[in-house]
Design a protein. Structure first.
Lengths: 286, 187
């Protein structure tokens, strides 16, 4: 009669033996008290002594996963769009992709992009350079009243005009824009928070606004990152996640998904944080 | 849930709702597997988020040569291993996390405490095994994957998987039987 070893008992325990071996080992177990004892000890160990309890899964994990997926899609489409830019046809690309309706928003975003790029330049390495230019051409630092107007009209190469902005003024314009963004974003999020069953329609009506909020939010977040404003970055990150999720909903999105978004909005205290930050920014502006 | 193959086909063509259905179907199971490998809730959640991002990128390359569940387990195990190595220097934190595991099913507090103790000890014992032996055991014993599936997930011969499981059980019995005695004596 075949002698069964502990390895084969393990395979038997896990149901990994073939049919014939199963029959043979059962017979052996029935006839051998020693084998029975050995198998019982192994079962006792595997059944009771190697437990691994797992904490319950977070309810919001699936939403977070999908938010990440949407973000990934967004990044991929942006990469594709950049590729088209390199080919020199941003406008053509948007036109052919059926994004005509977004052109108005895009132009607004582009102007903010230009303005903001200027601010970034002001805050970083150009500050020193501009100061030097300003020092060498003292007449150019003229009326403070002109400070917020000329950038749209002047060539970026015109250093004397750039030097009309002090970092303080640039900062004020930036915070003024952010404050406006927080206000509009806050209204959209408030609508989500107050939603009761009609969110799908309300969100669909404001699709264009939400789309623009995503782009602006990303822009302001990057500028805030560069200026080292961690608190504002954190808030904008949270808002961005919400806007992206809302942006990817449509009329077929389930009511429970909207309910989940609403619940998470409330749990995160985002609206409260938003109000506090907006107040702080307004104080800075005063 | 719709037929899994239909969902996979739809998700492969970029259908986000189909992909979401796959997330809903698998996130719980994969989270449990990731937690058992990593021993830390936050790391397990990070792992699963990373896994689904990878799956979303790669789902078009799934070729039906293996089962879908085997494929996603393979992605999960590989991602978990990467994270495990990344967090290796924080091993103490991981142990602490398991020590703090509160089993939320608190219907029977005594049973829950017992389970927490067993879990913490099992985790420590598992961490004393080599990575390859530990993974084979977790996948067979806790995740109920067959030896054939494990050999596909870990990309090794089925006999190698069997050997790793034998070694894991022998070593765990050595460690845990001693530890239980120590624990009972001390307690």
């Amino acid at each position: 009669m075949k002698q069964w070893n502990s390895d084969e008992l393990i395979l038997f325990y896990y149901g990994e033996l073939n049919r014939q071996q199963n029959i043979e080992i059962r017979e052996a177990l029935a006839n051998s008290p020693e084998l029975q004892k050995s198998y019982a000890a192994m079962c006792e160990f595997l059944d009771n002594k190697v437990e691994l309890a797992v904490p319950e899964i977070e309810q919001s994990l699936n939403q977070r996963i999908m938010a990440g997926v949407y973000q990934q899609i967004e990044n991929e489409s942006r990469t594709d769009s950049n590729y088209e830019d390199v080919k020199g046809s941003l406008f053509t690309s948007w036109w052919s992709s059926g994004f005509i309706g977004k052109l108005a928003g895009a132009s607004a975003i582009m102007s903010v992009l230009v303005i903001s790029t200027f601010f970034v330049g002001r805050w970083s390495s150009q500050v020193e350079q501009n100061n030097q230019i300003a020092e060498s051409t003292p007449n150019s630092v003229s009326s403070p009243n002109t400070s917020s107007i000329p950038m749209a009209n002047n060539s970026p190469n015109d250093r004397t005009d750039v030097a009309q902005f002090s970092p303080r003024e640039s900062e004020r314009v930036f915070f003024s824009n952010v404050s406006q963004h927080l206000e509009i974003g806050g209204r959209v999020l408030q609508m989500v928070s107050n939603g009761n069953g009609d969110l799908a329609e309300k969100v669909a009506e404001r699709k264009q606004t939400i789309d623009e909020l995503v782009a602006l939010n990303r822009l302001y977040r990057r500028l805030a990152e560069q200026s080292g404003d961690i608190q504002l970055v954190g808030l904008l990150q949270q808002m961005e996640r919400m806007f992206i999720e809302l942006n990817h909903t449509d009329t077929t999105t389930k009511a429970t998904d909207f309910e989940n978004i609403r619940e998470r909005l409330e749990q995160s205290d985002l609206l409260y944080q938003l109000k506090i930050t907006d107040k702080k920014i307004e104080q800075k502006l005063i | 849930m719709e037929d899994e193959q239909t969902l996979i086909d739809q998700a492969s063509t970029g259908d986000i709702q189909a992909f979401q259905s796959l997330v809903e179907a698998y996130s719980g199971k994969l989270y449990v597997a990731a937690y058992r490998i990593l021993g830390n809730k936050e790391h397990a959640e990070d792992c699963i988020q990373e896994v689904f991002l990878k799956l979303h990128r790669k789902i078009g390359t799934f070729n039906n040569q293996s089962k879908f569940s085997t494929w996603i387990y393979q992605v999960t195990v590989n991602t978990a291993i990467d994270l495990l190595r990344k967090h290796a220097k924080h091993q103490n934190d991981s142990e602490q996390d398991l020590d703090q595991v509160v089993c939320h099913k608190t219907t029977q507090p005594e049973q829950s405490v017992w389970l927490d103790n067993i879990s913490a000890k099992t985790h420590r014992a598992l961490m004393m095994l080599s990575e390859e032996v530990r993974l084979a055991f977790i996948l067979r014993h806790h995740e109920d994957r067959s030896i054939k599936e494990i050999s596909e997930i870990l990309e090794v011969n089925p006999n190698t998987v069997k050997n790793r499981i034998y070694r894991a059980i022998a070593r765990l019995r050595e460690i845990l039987d001693t530890k239980v005695i120590d624990y009972e004596t001390v307690e």
